[in-house]
Design a protein around this ligand. Structure first.
Ligand code: G6P
Length: 617
C-alpha cells in the first residue's frame, strides 16, 4: 500500500526521504516520487520527480541529486487506486502553479464533485487521481484567503473532503514548514535534534530516530525545523510527548507481529473496511462499484456468471456462487482456472467471466481470462494488485484495496474477496429481483463485519489453547455444508500449507461417501457448524463422527450452548447473515493453522515449496 515520508531540518532532505521510501518498499508499490523545497537563485523553488516502477527508476531520474538541494521534502510510494500506475498519477501532486505539493495515502471519496467544481473554476488537472483534487482545492482556498496561514487553509479544505487520508503537504511560499494530517490512514513524526521525519509507518524513520509521536485520526501537525505543533481538525491543541520505540526495522514493517501472516490475520477488520469503503449505500440497500459503471448495462442483461480462480481465490469464488445464486438469482459456475483453460468451456450469449486473483498475475487465471476474451465474453476481475496483468486485461472490475499481502498463505485477501463478492451480489441482485429490504439487510450486516471479525480475533488465546491440545495429531478432516463447505476446504488448505500437517476438506454431506472410513480416536474433525439453514444436518454429521470415537472441534454461533454437549471443543463466532458467515468462520481456521505451524517451528511466511504468486503453470 502507499507510503509517505517527509523531512524538515538541517540536513539535505533528498537522501533521507529516499531512505524512508526504501524502508517502505515492503508494503508494495507501483510508482514513487519526491518533491524538495530549496533555494535556487533568489527564491525558493520546489523540484520534483516521479517515476513508475521501482525506486531505483526514480533514483535514475534524480541523477546525482544536485538539482534537488534543500532541507525540506516529501516523498511517496504509490499503490494505485484511481488511475494507472504511471508518472503523472504518481505523488507528490501539485497545484496549477507548482507552489503546493502533496503526498496522500487513502481515498478522497467525493473527489468527482470537487473536481468538477474546480475544473469549472479553471484549475488544470494532469492526473486521473482523486488526490490531485485535494491539492487544487487547497490552492483554490489559499488564493481566496491570502491572510490565513497555510495550515488554516489546509484545515478549511479538509472540511469539504469526505474520505480517508494521511497527508504530507508543503507550500513553496512557506518553505520552512510541512503540514501533516492523519484521518484513518496512519502517520507519525520521528523527532530528531532540530529535525523531523514524517512516516506512514515507523520503518520510514527508524534509521534516523527512535523518538516517535504518533498522530491520531483527525489530527494535524505543523512542523518547522525547531518545533512541532499538533492540533485537532477542530482546532484544539494536542500535547503529546514522543515515545521511544525499541523495535528493529523488520519488526516495524510487521507492526510488531512475529510474522506477516499474523499481521495480515489480525488486520482483517481494517482490510474488510478498506474493501467496503465508499461502496455501500445502506439506506438504499445498494452497492456502488465504480469499476463496474462502464459495463452496468451488460451486467443487467447477464444470464450467467463463470468464475475462474486458483487456490484460496477459487474457494472465495465457490462461496460467491452460493451468494450470487441465492440473492442475485444469477446462475453461477466456478471453475479452477487450471481446468478451465484446458477443457472446452461452452459459452452462451449473456455469459460474464469473472477472474478472482489477489496478485493479478497467476498464470492459470490469466490464461482462463484470455480464453474467455478470445471467445468474445465480457470479462471482469476481482483483483488486489492495481495495474497487474489481470487488472489490465479485464474489461472492468473491482479492486480489493487491502494493500499487499506478504504471507504466502492467503488470509486477508480471502475475506476481502468474500466482501467484494457480497457487494457484487448486492449490486447484481438490486439490478434484478432483490427487494430494497433485503438489500438494506445485507448492507447493514456487511457494515458490521469489521467489528464482528474483531470479536472473533479477540478469542485468539482460546484457539491457541485448543491447538496445543491437538498438536500431536497428524491428520485432520474439515467439514462444512453450503456456504461453509468452501470454508472447510480453505481451512484444510491453510493447515497443510503452513504446518505440513495432513488435512482434508470435505462437504459434510459427502462424509459418508468415503472420508468417514478414516475416523477413529486419533483422527480429529473440525466442523463448521454455525446456526444456519443447514445446522441440523451438520449436527447429525457431528454425531456420526462422535459415534466412531472421532474427536470434534466445532465452530459454532455464540449462544449455541448445545454444541458443547456433543463436541470436544467449541470456538464461537458472532451471529450474522448466513451468506456472510464464511468471513467469520474462516478466521478461527486461519489462526488454528498459524498456531499449529508455530508449535512445529515452521517458516510461517515462506512455507516450503510454495510461492506467493504462481506465474508459471
Ligand atoms: C498461490 C498462493 C495462494 C493463492 C493462489 C492464487 O498458490 O500461495 O495463497 O491463493 O496462488 O493466487 P492469486 O494471486 O491468483 O489470488
Amino acid at each position: 500500500m502507499c507510503g509517505i515520508v517527509g523531512y524538515i531540518g538541517k540536513q539535505r532532505a533528498l537522501p533521507i526521504i529516499l531512505d524512508g521510501l526504501k524502508a517502505l518498499e515492503y508494503r508494495g508499490y507501483d510508482s514513487a516520487g519526491v518533491a524538495v523545497v530549496g533555494k535556487h537563485g533568489k527564491g525558493f523553488q520546489v523540484r520534483f520527480a516521479k517515476a513508475p516502477g521501482r525506486i531505483s527508476v526514480l533514483e535514475g531520474k534524480l541523477g546525482d541529486g544536485t538539482d534537488f538541494e534543500g532541507n525540506v521534502g516529501i516523498a511517496h510510494t504509490r499503490w494505485a487506486t484511481h488511475g494507472e500506475p504511471n508518472e503523472v498519477n504518481a505523488h507528490p501532486h501539485h497545484d496549477c502553479k507548482n507552489n503546493i505539493f502533496l503526498a496522500h495515502n487513502g481515498i478522497i471519496e467525493n473527489y468527482k464533485d470537487l473536481k468538477s467544481e474546480l475544473l469549472e473554476k479553471g484549475h488544470v488537472f494532469c492526473s486521473e487521481t482523486d488526490t490531485e483534487t485535494l491539492v487544487h482545492l487547497i490552492e483554490d482556498m489559499r488564493d481566496s484567503d491570502p491572510n490565513s496561514t497555510f495550515e488554516e487553509v489546509v484545515m478549511k479544505a479538509l472540511r469539504r473532503v469526505r474520505g480517508t487520508y494521511g497527508l504530507a503537504i508543503l507550500d513553496r511560499r512557506e518553505p520552512e514548514k510541512i503540514v501533516a494530517v492523519r484521518n484513518f490512514s496512519p502517520l507519525l513524526l520521528g523527532v530528531g535534534d532540530g529535525e523531523y521525519i514524517i512516516g506512514s509507518d515507523a520503518s520510514a524513520v527508524l534509521k534516523y530516530t527512535r523518538q516517535i509521536v504518533y498522530l491520531n485520526d483527525g489530527e494535524i501537525a505543523v512542523l518547522t525545523p525547531s518545533r512541532h505543533h499538533i492540533f485537532t481538525l477542530e482546532n484544539q491543541t494536542v500535547m503529546r510527548a514522543p515515545q521511544e520505540i525499541d523495535w528493529t526495522i523488520e519488526q516495524a514493517e510487521r507492526g510488531n507481529y512475529p510474522h506477516f501472516m499474523a499481521k495480515e490475520i489480525f488486520e482483517q477488520p481494517e482490510s474488510i473496511e478498506n474493501s467496503l469503503r465508499g461502496r455501500l449505500v445502506p439506506e438504499e440497500g445498494l452497492a456502488k462499484l465504480g469499476g463496474l459503471e462502464s459495463v452496468e448495462k451488460d451486467l443487467r442483461k447477464a444470464k450467467r456468471l463463470i468464475i475462474a480462480a486458483c487456490g484460496t481465490a477459487y474457494y472465495a469464488g465457490m462461496v460467491g456462487k452460493y451468494m450470487l445464486e441465492e440473492y442475485a438469482g444469477i446462475p453461477t459456475e466456478v471453475d479452477l482456472a487450471s481446468e478451465f483453460r484446458y477443457r472446452k468451456p461452452v459459452f452462451r450469449e449473456g455469459d460474464i467471466f469473472l477472474a478472482i486473483s489477489q496478485s493479478g498475475e497467476t498464470a492459470d487465471t490469466l490464461a482462463a481470462l484470455r480464453e474467455a476474451k478470445q471467445k468474445g465474453v465480457l470479462t471482469l476481475g476481482i483483483v488486489n494488485a492495481v495495474g497487474s496483468t489481470i487488472a489490465r486485461e479485464t474489461d472492468a472490475g473491482v479492486y480489493q484495496h487491502i494493500g499487499p499481502e506478504i504471507g504466502v498463505a492467503s488470509t486477508k485477501a480471502f475475506t476481502s474477496q468474500l466482501t467484494i463478492l457480497a457487494l457484487l451480489t448486492l449490486f447484481l441482485g438490486r439490478q434484478r429481483e432483490m427487494s430494497i429490504t433485503i438489500g438494506r439487510r445485507i448492507a447493514e450486516e456487511l457494515k458490521q463485519l469489521p467489528i464482528l471479525v474483531g470479536r472473533v480475533l479477540a478469542g485468539h488465546q482460546n484457539i491457541q489453547t485448543i491447538v496445543k491440545k491437538y498438536s500431536a495429531h497428524r491428520n485432520f478432516l474439515y467439514l462444512g455444508r453450503k456456504y461453509n463447505f468452501p470454508v472447510a476446504l480453505e481451512g484444510a488448505l491453510k493447515l497443510k500449507e503452513i504446518s505440513y500437517v495432513h488435512a482434508e476438506g470435505c462437504s459434510a454431506g459427502e462424509m459418508k461417501h468415503g472420508p468417514i472410513a478414516l475416523i477413529d480416536e486419533t483422527f480429529p474433525s473440525i466442523f463448521l457448524a454455525p446456526s444456519d439453514s443447514v445446522y441440523e444436518k451438520v449436527s447429525s454429521n457431528i454425531q456420526e463422527i462422535k459415534a466412531r470415537r472421532g474427536p470434534v472441534i466445532a465452530i459454532g454461533t455464540e449462544g449455541n450452548g448445545d454444541l458443547k454437549r456433543f463436541t470436544n471443543d467449541v470456538i464461537y463466532i458472532p451471529k450474522t447473515l448466513e451468506m456472510l458467515t464464511p468471513m467469520l468462520s474462516v478466521v478461527p481456521l486461519q489462526l488454528f493453522a498459524y498456531y499449529a505451524a508455530l508449535i512445529k517451528g515452521c517458516d510461517v511466511d515462506k512455507p516450503r515449496n510454495l510461492a506467493k504468486s504462481v506465474t508459471v503453470e
